[in-house]
Design a binder for this molecule. Structure first.
Ligand code: 8DG
Ligand code: MG
Length: 133
């Protein structure tokens, strides 16, 4: 199976204690689960360019500060993904669900309460651990 490269943003609020999540549509792969906004990298596209493009397209923000956080590879029964997670620590504009998706800011300590795609388990645990330090 071909691995699909995906780039997604862990978007922090100004005080760094909340992150922005989006609910995947029921008909999408991993539907009805919460995600870090992002999407598939285009052929030949640099990671940061893909991140900036996806966050502009999906939630209408302009990323002004970001850093790579972690890479997670995961095999779903139907798909193999390589998720490139980037921290987004500054942006311009007010996030909105440009594709009709529900968005919410969630305190890091509350991340355990939502359903994420299986591939996100490690990053969710890492963010939860950071919240209780
Ligand atoms: N954006 C995002 N995708 C994730 C996360 N966790 C996870 O397993 N995925 C998977 C679900 C999808 O198979 C893939 C992302 O693809 P996508 O559907 O968002 O791609 P896209 O925005 O380019 O959308 P499309 O135009 O292809 O519909 O990665 C996550 O936290 N964020
Ligand atoms: Mg997407």
């Amino acid at each position: 199976m071909k691995t699909i490269d995906v780039v997604a943003g862990v978007i922090f609020n100004g005080s760094g204690d909340k992150v922005l999540l989006a609910l995947r549509k029921p008909e999408q792969h991993q539907g009805n689960r919460w995600e870090f906004p992002g999407g598939k990298l285009e052929a030949g596209e640099a990671l940061q360019d893909g991140l900036v493009r996806e966050l502009q397209e999906e939630i209408g923000i302009v990323v002004t500060q970001c850093q790579p956080r972690t890479i997670i590879e995961h095999s779903y029964p139907d798909k193999q993904v390589r998720l490139h997670f980037w921290d987004v620590t500054a942006f311009e504009g007010e996030p909105a669900g440009c594709e009709g998706q529900t968005l919410r800011w969630l305190a890091l300590a509350e991340l355990g309460a939502l359903e994420f795609p299986e591939a996100n388990q490690a990053i969710v645990n890492e963010l939860l651990a950071a919240a209780i330090k």
